[in-house]
Design a protein around this ligand. Structure first.
Ligand SMILES: NC(=O)c1ccc[n+]([C@@H]2O[C@H](COP(=O)([O-])OP(=O)(O)OC[C@H]3O[C@@H](n4cnc5c(N)ncnc54)[C@H](O)[C@@H]3O)[C@@H](O)[C@H]2O)c1
Length: 351
């Protein structure tokens, strides 16, 4: 089975990973149809899918997954064969600083609405719910432990808790109604089209503006980095070959702390540590994530293909050569990561 002659309903396809996924399937499968349903929040932008917008196999529908009627209507209008959900509130800082209710609406209620429609449709071959390794909580620094599919959920932030809520609903709909749902738990992504509030594009855009890089706490928090196209290829395999009811961990074994990432960006721009500014840590800041992806490698034959150093440099290059994209998305919001930049301002007041 592949995706040719099939309609894939993509929720959240105007965001970072969803837009890269749409580009991947349209370039790989000449006969696929992709329907992008997206609310276009601050992080969703049609600039991300501009290159495919005139493709006859692509359609866009603006809507909110928390609106059950609208979700139902998109299922009955397009009659999808496959469903994949990227639509989510995704920025941990926002979930910590007063916007948690929006996370509950989209990440829990939204997933519930999709599950209901998949259950009603009866023709869906697979629904992939794109989730995160953050649902597993935090690992100790310096340990060799990794998250596995069997690791118990222990979310520490409202973002992670709402993602875990959506994942558990998926589990229950499989157990109760055998709907063909697969849940994936991926580590931190980097690459083109990522909204610049997330660490890597945030640091790149700060350098482009000749501003300091704010670092939470001691900067030793470790993340397990994966290039976005490696993640998208894993998701494509989960759609085609993933076993309903199963979950898959996705990661590329690239553990680096935030300070190392910031210094790699400083070094690209030929700057030194004087351009770093340490700020008060975020509450509930997980210390370390690391994912064991041996199950998806063994069972679905996935392997990450992108070399970290090369893809990382190319990602910086992408932001440098896409200032027009940056201008377009900046128009929608006043600043890219207001919570951490406010802390820089507070640091200055104390001095
Ligand atoms: N970025 C990462 O490092 C990472 C890692 C693992 C898992 N994930 C998961 O992957 C998914 C996509 O993440 P991303 O980084 O592309 O996020 P993103 O913030 O770039 O994109 C999210 C998209 O969802 C849309 N959206 C938000 N609320 C919506 C709603 N109520 N109805 C319809 N559309 C809505 C937004 O407009 C946007 O286009 C998320 O579920 C996230 O939890 C992300």
């Amino acid at each position: 089975m592949d995706l040719n002659r099939k309609t894939v309903l993509v929720f959240g396809g105007a965001g970072f990973i969803g837009s890269n996924f749409i580009r991947l399937i349209l370039s790989k499968y000449p006969k696929v149809k992709a329907v992008n349903f997206d609310k276009l929040t601050y992080s969703g932008n049609l600039e991300n899918v501009k290159d495919v917008s005139k493709d006859k196999r692509y359609s866009f529908s603006k809507g909110d997954i928390a609106d059950q009627k609208h979700v139902r209507s998109v299922f009955s209008e397009y009659k999808p064969d496959f469903v994949i959900n990227f639509a989510a509130e995704t920025h941990v800082d926002r979930s910590v600083h007063g916007e948690a209710l929006e996370f509950v609406r989209t990440n829990v209620e939204g997933v519930f609405n999709i599950l209901e429609s998949v259950k009603e449709s009866k023709k869906i071959l697979k629904y992939v719910e794109v989730s995160t390794d953050e649902v597993f909580g935090s690992l100790p620094l310096g340990s060799k432990q990794k998250f596995e599919e069997t690791t118990v959920f222990a979310p520490n932030t409202p973002y992670a808790a709402t993602k875990a809520g959506g994942d558990l609903l998926c589990r229950s709909y499989f157990s109760t109604w055998k709907i063909p749902v697969v849940v994936t738990h991926c580590s931190n992504n980097y690459g083109p089209n990522q909204y610049p509030e997330k660490l890597i594009p945030f640091c790149i855009t700060r350098m482009m503006e000749n501003k300091k890089l704010p670092i939470y706490g001691d900067g030793k928090n470790v993340r397990d980095w994966i290039y976005v196209m490696d993640h998208c290829r894993a998701l494509e395999l989960c759609l085609i070959r993933g076993i309903p009811g199963e979950t898959y961990g996705i990661g590329a074994d690239t553990e680096l702390d935030n300070l190392t990432i910031a210094r790699m960006i400083l070094s690209y721009f030929k700057r030194n540590d004087s351009h770093l500014e340490f700020v008060a840590d975020r509450p509930g800041h997980d210390r370390r994530y690391a994912i064991d992806s041996s199950k998806i490698r063994r069972e679905l034959g996935w392997v990450p293909e992108y070399d970290f150093e090369k893809a990382f440099r190319e990602t910086i290059g992408w932001y440098l050569s896409n200032e027009k994209w940056l201008r377009a998305i900046r128009k929608k919001t006043s600043g890219f990561n207001t919570h951490i930049t406010q802390k820089i301002k507070r640091n200055k007041k104390i001095k």
